[in-house]
Design a protein around this ligand. Structure first.
Ligand SMILES: [Fe+2]
Length: 135
């Protein structure tokens, strides 16, 4: 079973960003599948790196629009993005030095963060983005 499945309740009513969220879900699911299938340490590292890199691209997209549209909640929103980056970077670092990282710790974080952030925090910018012509 996939870790997280995109449906309309996640939609932010902007095609580009919905697409990026779907891709993040794919990457998180791929990571979980790799864990379940007992993939190598290196393979898992590559997936985590890929997830972190793609998240950076996605956060960059949202944050560029925040600046462009003068979003009031920008700083609080960016702080949440930083928490994601810090957590995933920390997991990557721990694994690199051979520290134990609970498998559930990673997937649970990804699921809870993605769900909470998109449905809670991202949904707050929908009106502003749509008002500025983004669809
Ligand atoms: Fe966001």
């Amino acid at each position: 079973m996939p870790l997280i499945v995109w449906d309309e309740s996640y939609s932010v009513n902007v095609h580009l960003i919905d697409g990026q969220h779907k891709k993040l879900f794919d990457l998180a699911n791929e990571y979980q599948t790799a864990l379940t299938n007992g993939k190598s340490h290196d393979a898992l590292k590559q997936l985590l790196d890929g997830l972190l890199n793609y998240a950076a691209i996605h956060f960059g997209t949202e944050e560029r629009y925040f600046t462009q549209f003068g979003y009031d909640d920008m700083e609080a929103h960016k702080r949440e993005h930083k928490i994601f980056n810090a957590k995933v970077s920390d997991i990557i670092k721990k694994r690199k030095i051979g520290e134990e990282v609970g498998q559930n710790e990673v997937t649970k974080f990804l699921k809870i963060w993605l769900e909470g952030h998109i449905k809670g925090t991202d949904h707050k910018y929908i009106e502003l983005f749509n008002k500025n012509g983004l669809r």
